[in-house]
Design a protein around this ligand. Structure first.
Ligand code: PLP
Length: 499
């Protein structure tokens, strides 16, 4: 038997430039957290000391409502006795426009997810494989290799892959800072735009996530209107990824760019430049269904994106079931209210638990995560190396897989994104307990020293805070010095896909 000749491997010259470049991001050190989790995943009874996954922006809080609906509506699935009569039609359906009833139901849902203040046209709905596919498709429609999209940072880590890897599009960050709560300003966008122009870059657009991943904050109406005017003035595109539209649980009302478009003065807004990316992965907690939407106000973009959608259609079985579920008004209205109520409670429990340990987060009102401030725990407040050191301790010693701010291109070390909606209450409490235990090891020393009198404790509150931070830092330092080993197995999953 002749031997098989292996030629080249991934870096071999026989593969394409796309196949052999690193833009997919999977060789990054940020994978270590996922590897740790995969090697040693937490389970309440089977592996209670394992790593808890807090790096996954999944919404698992309302899956019971969806399961109940499926049980009560067996006709909506074609693989049931009640639904099988539609099997042949649906199994054969492959029109890239999608089922009419699906498009009608999804635009109705998109309107409701935005508080019923806007309506969408089913003829403008283009399907894709999740928002991942939608973001890539819109890049293919709007930009050529080498063209630039501006992206406010910190931003969703997988944008590096989704917007750039296969399209050849480049991104330039618009940096936002903690000094104004990471708020995006038109001035910052303008500055980045001018800088890019000065370096002879062809800027084709600006892409936002609203509500923001990883911040959980929302753009106010004025800023959004000003950004719409800005892109119109400069004749560049605005893509708004609104995948977290219905995860709002507190405070302000979410303002979709669709609202701005609907109410805009046509002399100030060129709607041909406005495009929305959406998906059911977060608002309904269905990332496995791969339901993504490109919604463009530009007819040529709709037409081109639809042709491209052949590469990433939503399965017709999924379309059929969702058409039925999403046109059930009572179910959808109850789901949206209940989902934001549960997210609000979860967020409240988690942030309060953190606060008790002296840890604060950026104030947020949406999303499936918090943006946690651990700057006071860094060995060196100005160094990203310190951030990575602290991150490795959190993974390997505290056994929580959280995501460091640098993976979101944050320019200030010490911020971490922590997901709170991908687990049950009990697991969340274990996670909080681990953080509290870790911190209280240091607090105990303070309590011993000050237990003589409550009065002394009160009088020394300021000192105590200093002590605590000092001790915490010391304790982390001890751990740094323990020498942390990086786990060795390769993850079968793409963390970026799930992030
Ligand atoms: C801002 C943003 N866009 C897109 C995606 C990808 O979503 P999907 O699962 O629908 O592809 C995510 C997932 O985390 C996200 O946070």
């Amino acid at each position: 038997m002749g031997s098989l000749k292996k030629n080249g491997g991934v870096s071999g010259a026989i593969l394409s430039r796309i196949a052999t470049n690193d833009q997919h991001g999977e060789n990054s050190e940020y994978f270590d957290g996922w590897k740790s989790y995969d090697k040693d995943p937490f389970h309440f009874s089977r592996n209670p000391h394992g790593v808890i996954q807090m790096g996954l922006a999944e919404n698992q809080l309302c899956l019971d409502l969806i399961k109940n609906w499926i049980k009560e509506n067996p006709k909506a699935s074609i693989c049931t006795a009640e639904g099988v009569h539609q099997f042949s039609d649906i199994a054969n359906f492959q029109d890239y426009h999608g089922l009419k009833e699906f498009r009608e139901a999804i635009v109705k849902f998109m309107g409701k997810a935005r508080g019923g203040r806007v309506t969408f046209d089913p003829e403008r709905v283009v399907m894709s494989g999740g928002a991942t596919g939608a973001n890539e498709t819109i890049m293919f429609c709007l930009a050529d290799p080498g063209d630039v999209f501006l992206v406010p940072s910190p931003y969703y880590a997988a944008f590096d892959r989704d917007l750039r890897w296969r399209t050849g599009v480049e991104t330039i960050p618009v940096h936002c800072y903690s000094s104004n709560n990471f708020k995006l300003t038109v001035e910052a966008v303008e500055w980045a735009y001018n800088k890019a122009q000065e370096s002879n870059k062809k800027v084709k657009g600006l892409i936002l996530t609203n509500p923001s991943n990883p911040l959980g904050t929302m753009l106010d109406k004025d800023t959004l209107e000003n950004l719409v005017r800005f892109v119109t003035r400069n004749n560049i595109h605005l893509v708004v990824d609104e995948i977290y539209a219905a995860t709002v649980f507190a405070g302000e009302t979410f303002v979709s760019v669709a609202e701005v478009v609907n109410n805009a003065d046509s002399s100030e807004v060129n709607v041909d430049l406005i495009h929305i990316v959406y998906s059911l992965s977060k608002d309904m907690g269905l990332p496995g269904f791969r339901v993504g939407i490109v919604y463009s106000y530009n007819d040529s973009v709709v037409s081109c994106a639809r042709k491209m959608s052949s590469f990433g259609l939503v399965s017709s079985q999924t379309q059929l079931m969702l058409a039925s579920m999403l046109s059930d008004d009572r179910f959808v209205e109850n789901f949206l209210i209940e989902s934001s109520r549960r997210l609000g409670i979860r967020h409240g429990v988690f942030t309060l638990g953190l606060k008790k340990t002296g840890i604060t987060c950026l104030t947020s009102s949406a999303g499936l995560f918090v943006w946690m401030d651990l700057r006071h725990l860094l060995r060196d407040r100005n160094s990203f190396e310190s951030e990575i050191e602290l991150w490795r301790i959190i993974i390997n010693k505290v056994k929580l897989n959280v995501s460091p701010g640098s993976s979101f291109h944050c320019t200030e070390p010490g911020w971490f994104r922590v997901c709170f909606a991908n687990m049950d209450d009990d697991t969340l409490h274990v996670a909080l307990q681990r953080i509290q235990d870790f911190v209280s090891k240091n607090n105990n020393k303070i309590v011993e020293k000050t237990s003589d009198s409550d009065q002394i404790i009160q009088n020394n509150n300021a000192k105590k805070q200093k002590w605590r931070q000092g001790n915490l830092r010391l304790s982390f330092r001890r751990l740094y010095e323990d020498g942390l080993s990086s786990p060795g197995i390769m993850s079968p999953h793409s963390p970026l896909l799930k992030a």
